[in-house]
Design a protein around this ligand. Structure first.
Ligand code: HEM
Length: 159
């Protein structure tokens, strides 16, 4: 006979936070990660101009949104309620190469700042999964041309 354990959403959320805390992941680390990552993005020769064009000098709201986003992804904080897909499909001049650069920069930021080796994998797994979804929304399946050459824009991402 198998035993089923039924947990409430609240219990699941607490478990996620306990697991993350055991890796050293809490709000203060998410704040460090986001601040460090985007300070590197801003000076990156490929990514910097793309962000500059959209965000200009108005970085504070973007950084706050990204802290809420990562707290929701990593800690199930439920603080983010934006729409990542349209925010990216409307960007001009972004290719798969930019995503590869983004992921490299994210990994090196984690290597330099993460509170534990497990935390690096924890964030990278999630970043890679979301990057895949965004690229699918923007460019379609790798190697598959959409009928009219226009990227699929209808995907949503649950965080
Ligand atoms: C080529 C790689 C990427 C570029 C150039 C890029 C660029 C941008 C820019 C310019 C914005 C601001 C959009 C606006 O305010 O209208 C933005 C927002 C955002 N990005 Fe990215 N991004 C990239 C990859 C990613 C990845 C991999 C993730 C997640 C793992 C991500 C998550 C987000 C989120 C959550 C927002 C806020 C969307 C909103 O609620 O308005 N981005 N991104």
């Amino acid at each position: 006979m198998s035993n089923f354990i039924i947990r409430t959403a609240q219990e699941r959320r607490e478990q996620i936070r306990r697991d993350a805390a055991n890796m050293g992941i809490k709000d203060d680390y998410i704040s460090t990660l986001v601040e460090t990552f985007y300070s590197r993005v801003r000076t990156d020769p490929e990514l910097g101009p793309i962000f500059d064009g959209v965000i200009g000098d108005n970085w504070d709201p973007h950084l706050q949104r990204m802290k809420d986003f990562w707290a929701s992804v990593a800690l199930n904080a439920g603080r983010y309620s934006g729409k990542p897909v349209p925010a990216h499909t409307r960007l001009e001049g972004v290719s798969r190469r930019h995503f590869s650069t983004w992921l490299h920069l994210f990994r090196s930021t984690l290597k330099d700042t993460a509170p534990s080796p497990e935390a690096i994998d924890y964030f990278m797994e999630r970043a890679e999964r979301i990057a895949e979804s965004l690229q699918f929304a923007m460019f379609g399946m790798p190697g598959l041309q959409t009928q009219d050459g226009v990227p699929t824009k209808s995907r949503t991402i649950d965080v």
